[in-house]
Design a protein around this ligand. Structure first.
Ligand code: COA
Length: 424
């Protein structure tokens, strides 16, 4: 467990109340990514649509992207992999999680949430879980929610994941969109801490008048799936690139400026900006030209991944840490924009140590065993639920099966009333 965290298992009520009176801060203490294996280059795309490596590089900065081509790779599997890595870096067990937030525009299903699948695969029995759709701004929206949960005392550990497989919603005949996006996931663990710093401020914005500029028209209640919606490619992403570009430049500059001011910092005090990785020209026009933040202070990795939507900022954050660009004591800004239209930015005073000491082998083995156990427990619960539905008769029915069900339901409700609470 991170030594920055206030979470102390076994602390009694008085001790916990005292701890709650001390100021709380929301620190990022773990981070991880997951990327599909398949690399798709600009030349690969030039074989599909009328484009070229030169055009894509010069207009966007993208050289290649990852694509989830294996049936085993999906938004949930990538999210789970990134989440496990974040917990491993933080050295926090999944059982400590209070909330799992998954920011995604390409969820595993319309219902249930991808976050619930992550919660189940991690084996986090105490955690609430929900998806958050703010498109490419979703991860920063998630950080804002996590910070609020932690500062209010409602949660000690919140896992925030940004995960996408947007390539499954692309029109591979539309050169305006199919060249831009890639798949991947990034996750961070936000923990309660008494050490001043962490997520200092968050700015969230939206302008629904631009909802038509970037959208997947069908699949929701406005246009449920029909033969016609499929034939008209209405389940695929559509975009007015020029309008989004103009909005993005302003939104990223304004968001960054506002988050920095709200944190009580000046732009000169910012050590590193990690912008949403959509187009290098957007980053240059907004953060570099408008805000005059030197290029060396801006992290860019979109040449390798393209726009991974809600996953782009956490993936870039992890790579910046790995590259030695993030150090304790630094001020960071994460800034994004996306469909909605939405925008979001956060200023962070980084506190967590970034050097990785390799964990002893038994820790990894223990962690892996925990995940196997979570999987077995999940299967068992599913089977038990099915068996219960198959075997039991209606409650209070004057049959053996009915009486059995009444007795089991009564026992279960008594257990729920008297069991020691697993929550605070
Ligand atoms: N390959 C080759 N030519 C292309 C092309 C491609 N992939 N896509 C468009 N073109 C063509 C256009 O048809 C147009 O041709 P024309 O002048 O004969 O009509 C020309 O290139 C210029 O197109 P334009 O749309 O003006 O290009 P652009 O400089 O605006 O770049 C985007 C297009 C999409 C790269 C750019 O607008 C952009 O990045 N927008 C923001 C998109 C974004 O970030 N979306 C996600 C938000 S989270």
């Amino acid at each position: 467990m991170s030594n920055a965290t206030s979470h102390q298992p076994g602390m009694n009520g008085v001790g916990r109340q005292r701890a709650m009176l001390r100021p709380r801060y929301a620190q990022i203490v773990g981070w991880g990514t997951a990327l599909p294996e398949r690399i798709v280059t600009n030349d690969d795309l030039a074989r599909l649509v009328d484009t070229s490596d030169d055009w894509i590089r010069s207009r966007t900065g993208i050289q290649e992207r990852r694509m989830a081509t294996s049936p085993k790779e999906s938004t949930a599997t990538l999210a789970i992999q990134a989440a496990r890595e974040a917990l491993r870096v933080a050295d926090v067990p999944a059982s400590s999680l209070d909330v799992v937030i998954c920011a995604t525009t390409s969820p595993e299903y319309l219902c249930p949430s991808t976050a619930c699948l992550v919660q189940n695969a991690l084996g986090a029995p105490r955690a609430g879980a929900f998806d958050l759709n703010a498109a490419c701004s979703g991860f920063v929206y998630g950080l804002s929610v996590a910070r609020s949960l932690v500062l209010s005392g409602d949660a000690d550990y919140v896992l925030v994941v940004g995960a996408e497989t947007l390539t499954r919603f692309l029109d591979w005949t539309d050169r305006n969109t199919c060249i831009l996006f890639g798949d991947g996931a990034g996750a961070v663990l936000v923990a309660a801490s008494h050490e001043p710093g962490g997520i200092l401020s968050c700015v969230l914005g939206s302008d629904g008048s631009g909802s038509d500029l970037l959208m997947v028209p069908a699949g929701g209640s406005a246009h449920p799936p029909t033969m016609e919606t499929v034939a008209n490619r209405m389940h695929m992403l559509r975009m007015d690139g020029k309008a989004v570009f103009r909005f993005a430049v302003q939104a990223m500059a304004d968001g960054t400026r506002d988050a920095v001011a709200k944190a009580g910092l000046s732009l000169a005090e910012v050590d590193l900006v990690i912008p949403h990785q959509a187009n290098v020209r957007i980053i240059q026009s907004s953060v570099v030209k408008q805000l005059k933040i030197p290029e060396q202070k801006v992290f860019v990795n979109l040449e390798r991944y393209g726009n991974t939507s809600a996953a782009s900022i956490p993936i870039a954050l992890c790579e910046a840490i790995e590259a030695g660009r993030v150090r304790p004591g630094q001020n960071l800004v994460l800034a994004g924009f996306g469909a909605g239209l939405t925008w979001a930015a956060t200023a962070i005073h980084w506190c967590a140590p970034v050097e990785r000491t390799p964990a002893p082998w038994w820790k990894d083995a223990q962690r892996e065993a925990g995940y196997q156990l979570a999987s077995a427990r999940s299967t068992w619960r599913r089977l038990a639920r099915r068996a219960y539905a198959d075997v039991m008769g209606p409650a209070d029915a004057p049959t053996v099966r009915g009486r059995l069900r009444t007795a089991i339901d009564a026992g279960r409700s008594a257990w729920q009333t008297h069991k020691p609470s697993s929550r605070r």
